[in-house]
Design a protein around this ligand. Structure first.
Ligand SMILES: NC(=O)c1ccc[n+]([C@@H]2O[C@H](COP(=O)([O-])OP(=O)(O)OC[C@H]3O[C@@H](n4cnc5c(N)ncnc54)[C@H](OP(=O)(O)O)[C@@H]3O)[C@@H](O)[C@H]2O)c1
Length: 370
């Protein structure tokens, strides 16, 4: 064996060892500290929040009592009345795919609070806050929404609730509707008269995406199972394909944009049903790869780009005030509504997260605070 071949062999062994060490570090899980006894979920005297101090299933979520937070000068304290559950909550809870632990914490979560979408009333405002007053009904997105109180920056992703919306309807909006808005408007760039397909039309993101694509004047095809066909039609879809009977990638129809929450079709098959210049938006994908999860599909799309004719795009939603305000306006004039599947009591929050994780929700899963 030549010296160069030996060196190359050594390099491969070192790279392999580094890869194994990296994979072990990413998947390592610290043991769970014993939590203090849970307070009563209906006790409204202080602030109650769900926290988690290790990765795992819904059993790692514990109700904890904390000192009532005080807003800083440019912050608002919201008394949360309802929250909604998103896939991102159980991704954080489990620390999966493992790759996300680079951000969420190696071995154990660095942020103890969980939850994103909330609706409630303003309980206190900082000295320099001008846009909100005590008693205002507000909704939006902020880490720690699974609690009775959350602190939000005045310029954070929060707006006044539409007049006629309930706390449950407003709490449903957050991440799912913002993702749908950014997928349809910014990534798919949907214009009047275009043909748009929403794969996963009955889920949290999909129910909003169907309505938003209609607001932008598209001809909308939703893909859902038999039990959800009528519901997706009621959201304004021009056509609904029942995926238990038909495969849209085998049909004759061509789409200017596909917004895909499911990731259950090969990229080549999706490419084949895109119209010339068509855009395929990867919002979600399968979770079967423990290390990369949906990122696998994103990487595959990047590698396959030279042989695909359409534009394949993946993106991560960016929660912001302007988009929450836009969603609020549409709700206010009746163009957008939340679809609520189930409502859980605060004490049942771990069950709500487990139900969302099962992947069969019709619209959104809500948790009501006491
Ligand atoms: N990129 C981002 O920034 C971003 C943001 C938010 C969410 N996401 C991702 O987007 C995905 C969707 O999120 P979500 O909140 O909408 O999830 P979800 O509410 O849990 O979606 C559940 C829905 O998906 C439907 N579904 C399951 N298999 C299907 C199939 N083969 N064809 C069509 N529909 C199917 C289910 O209907 P049936 O039970 O009838 O099958 C159910 O109604 C997730 O992977 C999430 O992680 C990404």
């Amino acid at each position: 064996m030549g010296r160069k071949t030996k060196r190359f062999g050594m390099l491969l062994v070192l790279l392999g060892a580094a890869g194994v060490a990296g994979a072990m570090a990413l998947s390592h899980e610290s043991s769970c500290p014993t939590p203090a006894a849970s307070p009563n979920a209906s006790d409204t005297t202080g602030a109650l929040v769900y926290t988690y101090r290790c990765y795992g299933g819904p059993e790692v979520l514990h109700l904890t009592s904390i000192a009532a937070p005080t807003p800083a000068d440019t912050e608002v304290l919201v008394r949360v009345r309802a929250a909604s559950v998103n896939p991102l909550d159980w991704h954080f809870m489990r620390g999966k795919p493992y790759l996300m632990r680079v951000v969420s914490g190696m071995g154990a979560p660095t942020e103890e609070r969980i939850g994103a979408d909330f609706a409630g009333t303003v309980q206190a405002v900082g000295a320099r806050v001008t846009q909100f007053r005590v008693g205002d009904r507000v909704f939006g997105t902020r880490t720690g929404a699974f609690g009775t109180h959350v602190i939000v920056r005045e310029n954070g992703a929060m707006a006044h609730m539409p007049d006629s919306a309930s706390f449950e309807q407003a709490a449903a909006v957050g991440v799912a509707a913002t993702t749908a808005l950014q997928a349809v408007r910014d990534q798919a760039r949907v214009r009047k008269g275009q043909r748009v397909l929403i794969n996963g039309a009955s889920g949290g993101v999909g129910t909003f995406a169907v309505q938003i694509a209609k607001i932008y004047g598209a001809h909308v095809t939703g893909v859902a199972s038999t039990r959800n066909v009528e519901m997706v039609q009621s959201l304004g879809a021009d056509r609904v394909i029942d995926y238990t009977k038909d495969d849209f990638t085998k049909g004759a129809e061509r789409y200017d944009a596909i917004v895909d929450m499911v990731g259950n079709h090969p990229l080549r098959a999706l490419d084949a049903v895109l119209a010339p210049g068509g855009r395929m938006i990867i919002v979600g994908g399968p979770n079967d790869n423990a290390y990369l999860g949906p990122v696998t599909r994103v990487v595959t799309a990047m590698l396959a780009a030279p042989v695909l004719t359409g534009t394949f795009i993946s993106f991560t939603a960016n929660e912001n005030k302007a988009d929450v305000a836009m969603l609020r306006e549409w709700m206010q004039r009746g163009a957008l509504r939340s679809v609520i599947d189930r409502e859980y009591a605060f004490a049942e929050l771990p069950a709500a997260v487990a139900y969302q994780e099962a992947g069969r929700s019709r619209g959104k899963v809500i948790v009501k605070m006491p």
